[in-house]
Design a protein around this ligand. Structure first.
Ligand SMILES: CC(C)(COP(=O)(O)OP(=O)(O)OC[C@H]1O[C@@H](n2cnc3c(N)ncnc32)[C@H](O)[C@@H]1OP(=O)(O)O)[C@@H](O)C(=O)NCCC(=O)NCCS
Length: 184
């Protein structure tokens, strides 16, 4: 694996860029404060913009480490979501990806376009052997994103995600470098 860090990625419609603390207002307004968006993620809605600013301060600091892969997703001049490598297993060259988008932009294919681009970056630039992602089985849209991006279902791991009412199951999807190559 090559720890190349967070470089810009361009897709047909989107630009993936590094975070700046100045992005806090957009992140807070567009999804981080929205309970509908956080329903299936491991963190609660941000109570105020200071929480968002503090999170982004930490994220910007994390860019000092080349093992940080964390992008703001821009549509024109609006930040519509976020994607990052949330778990890196360097012993086996595996990267787990997560993503989150503002509900105003759901069902336009943006998450799928983002995940495809991040997978290409991780295989081509970071030279990983496997990209995986997991979702709560009740989060059907997220599972569809993984399959539309070309990932293969791998199985259900029970009671392993933090949920507001207790541990939740996780459905895993993944793609190996060999499968990635065959599909090109
Ligand atoms: C999950 C999420 C990332 C999807 O983003 P998106 O940009 O809407 O995804 P896409 O448009 O690329 O694809 C969504 C697909 O799910 C489908 N879908 C959405 N809700 C659905 C539902 N309740 N049942 C069945 N399919 C559904 C859409 O129709 C679309 O499929 P299609 O292209 O075949 O029509 C977005 O809803 C989100 O950010 N949710 C909150 C955070 C989150 O859950 N993150 C993932 C944690 S694992």
């Amino acid at each position: 694996m090559r720890l190349v860090g967070t470089r810009p990625i361009q897709t047909d419609r989107l630009a993936l860029r590094r975070w700046s603390v100045d992005d806090a207002q957009q992140m807070y307004d567009n999804w981080a404060s929205d309970p509908e968006v956080t329903r299936f993620v491991t963190w609660p809605p941000h109570p105020n913009i200071d929480a968002t600013r503090s999170l982004l301060t930490g994220w910007v600091h994390d860019y000092d480490r080349p093992s940080t892969f964390n992008w703001a997703v821009w549509l024109g001049d609006v930040i519509i979501g976020q994607t990052a490598v949330v778990n890196l297993e360097t012993e086996v060259d595996l990267a787990e990806v997560g993503y989150c988008f503002g509900s105003r932009w759901w069902n336009h294919g943006y998450a799928t376009e983002t995940l495809k681009a991040v997978m290409a970056y991780l295989f081509d630039a970071a030279d990983v052997n496997k990209v995986e992602a997991r979702h709560d089985p009740a989060n059907i849209a997220s599972g569809k994103v993984m399959e539309k991006a070309g990932m293969v279902p791998e199985g259900l791991r029970r009671a392993c995600i933090v949920g507001s009412t207790g541990p939740r199951d996780a459905q895993y999807h993944g793609l190996l470098r060999s499968q990635w190559r065959d599909r090109r």
